[in-house]
Design a protein around this ligand. Structure first.
Ligand SMILES: NC(=O)c1ccc[n+]([C@@H]2O[C@H](COP(=O)([O-])OP(=O)(O)OC[C@H]3O[C@@H](n4cnc5c(N)ncnc54)[C@H](OP(=O)(O)O)[C@@H]3O)[C@@H](O)[C@H]2O)c1
Length: 241
């Protein structure tokens, strides 16, 4: 039986696993282990980092992985880079399943980094931020802002000007509009994550709010697809013998 490693943690990864009908294939979904209550996968699941490129390479050899599908978040660049290096050295087939980026809408301001996007916010702005919990230093440094930082898990130990909002999507446009009105949001700070969960963008457009958006880094994998159906087709081809 062939084993396939699915680097997971996104809606696309779950969709891939839910719809995968491969007979005689062992599918293993890998989660970073950062979310306290991750949604369940319909296949074998492992949790936690591999230990860099070396650790991943050892894992691929130990488990006899025939193919890797990188369906991590478009901004999870560390994991994607490690997968490229590890698969390259072993000659393991690698596919990146990346959701399409959003096209500019409304009062859209694109930036290359969180630092730049935050620097461009005017003093006194009330910001809804969905930029992740890992890199918050630029926000911490701007005590002249009021930042509503949304994340799946509850965040602690934040400075007084950063208000955590613990919530798991998907969010409707009505809910996003209501939140923005209720908190008197003046700016949306987000990343070009792409995909279906764009209600915050549409709500910002309706309310005429400036959207400070961090554009995504280019994906460096040689083979990239944008749909689950294409990923299934690729896998069927790679495992065809
Ligand atoms: N970044 C985001 O905005 C975002 C949003 C939603 C979901 N996620 C998901 O959360 C996970 C972590 O994101 P991140 O931004 O921390 O990524 P990252 O910076 O690319 O990864 C940091 C480290 O976390 C471990 N890791 C990441 N994804 C993993 C996976 N699927 N399975 C096992 N180990 C994993 C790896 O550790 P080792 O080096 O020890 O192997 C990796 O080097 C990803 O699976 C991603 O899809 C991220």
């Amino acid at each position: 039986m062939k084993t396939v490693l699915l680097l997971a943690g996104t809606a696309e990864a779950r969709e891939f696993a839910n719809a995968y009908k491969g007979q005689r294939t062992r599918l293993v979904a890998s989660l970073a282990g950062v979310t306290t209550k991750p949604l369940a996968y319909p296949c074998e699941t492992r949790n936690g980092g591999f230990g860099g490129v070396e650790g991943l390479r050892d894992y691929l050899v130990r488990e006899g992985i025939a193919a890797v599908i990188d369906a991590t978040h478009p901004f999870a660049t560390g994991m994607s880079r490690n997968a490229i290096y590890a698969c390259d050295t072993l000659g393991t087939s690698l596919l990146a399943l990346v959701r399409p980026a959003w096209e500019p809408v409304g009062n859209w301001h694109g930036f290359g980094s969180l630092d730049e996007a935050v620097s461009a916010l005017p003093p006194g702005a009330r910001v809804l931020a969905t930029t992740g919990r890992k890199h918050i230093d630029p926000l911490t440094a701007r005590s002249d802002l009021t930042v509503f930082l949304r994340s799946v898990d509850q965040l602690d130990d934040l400075p007084a000007h950063i208000v955590p909002i613990a919530a798991r999507g998907p969010f409707t446009m009505n809910a996003e509009t209501a939140l923005m009105r209720q908190q008197r949001i003046t700016h949306l700070l987000t990343r070009n994550a792409g995909g279906e969960s764009r209600a915050r963008l549409d709500a910002a457009v309706v309310l005429g709010l400036p959207i400070h958006i961090i554009e995504r880094p280019p994906h460096l994998a040689a083979t990239v697809v944008h749909s689950v159906a294409d990923a299934h087709q690729w896998l069927d081809y790679v495992l065809r013998d």
